[in-house]
Write a protein that binds this ligand. Structure first.
Ligand code: GAR
Length: 210
């Protein structure tokens, strides 16, 4: 059984997609042992509660400085000792010490086709605003392993989504979630839970026969 901790900051629709996929049997061999939010008002915490999953608050704002937060966050994660950490709309940078302790055991969903529209300053709705500003015709989502860089770890899966003429950032965000994010993230977790993926030369590969 893959024990996962899901980290969230807001609405938690990706968390919901994970919980629904577990309930519906699309993700197997997986248990969500805790949900961590940096935002006390995150709807994601209500979703966790409704599922009987312990929710925790870990905000940089509650610590004297970033270093103190980073140590406390890493310590808490080590105490929980998940097999996989899932960043499902978590808008806080993962401490390097945590990346080192959970090497190739942290995954993130990003709402664009990496390496486009990613890195510092590209999160949530801002990504879709920049896609529309640039006039891109195609966008999408990416699930990747987390390394020390920002949105730079090995890519697990990507899905393209069309940008339409009259899109607003909100409309585009919703389409990317529905057609890409809510499908890709549960699939990636199921692949990891069932040992279908491995990393070779910094790239994610699929086990033969899987
Ligand atoms: C999602 O679109 C996710 O891809 C994005 O935040 C949103 C969270 O929505 N994550 C990032 O931008 C990370 N760089 P949700 O709380 O409803 O899942």
């Amino acid at each position: 059984m893959l024990r996962i901790v899901v980290c969230v900051s807001g609405g938690g629709t990706n968390l919901q997609a994970i919980l629904d996929a577990i309930d519906g049997g699309k993700i197997t061999n997986t248990e969500v042992i805790a949900v961590i939010s940096n935002n006390p008002g995150a709807k994601a915490l209500d979703r966790a509660k409704a599922h009987g999953i312990p929710g925790m608050l870990m905000s940089p704002k509650s610590y004297s400085d970033r270093e103190a937060f980073n140590s406390a966050f890493t310590e808490e994660m080590c105490r929980l000792a998940p097999d996989l950490v899932v960043l499902a709309g978590f808008l806080v940078r993962i401490p390097e010490e945590m990346v080192a302790k959970f090497s190739n055991r942290i995954v993130n969903i990003h709402p664009s086709l990496i390496p486009s529209f990613c890195g510092v300053g590209y999160y949530g709705l801002k990504v879709h605003e920049k896609v529309l500003e640039r006039g891109a015709k195609v966008t999408g989502a990416t699930v990747h392993f987390v390394n020390e860089g920002m949105d730079e770890g090995p890519i697990i899966a990507q899905k393209a989504v069309e940008v339409l003429e009259d899109d607003t950032p909100e409309v585009l965000q919703r389409r990317v979630m529905e057609l890409a994010e809510w499908i890709l993230l549960p699939q990636a977790i199921d692949d990891i839970a069932n040992n279908r993926l491995f990393i070779e030369d910094g790239r994610v590969k699929r086990s033969s026969g899987a």
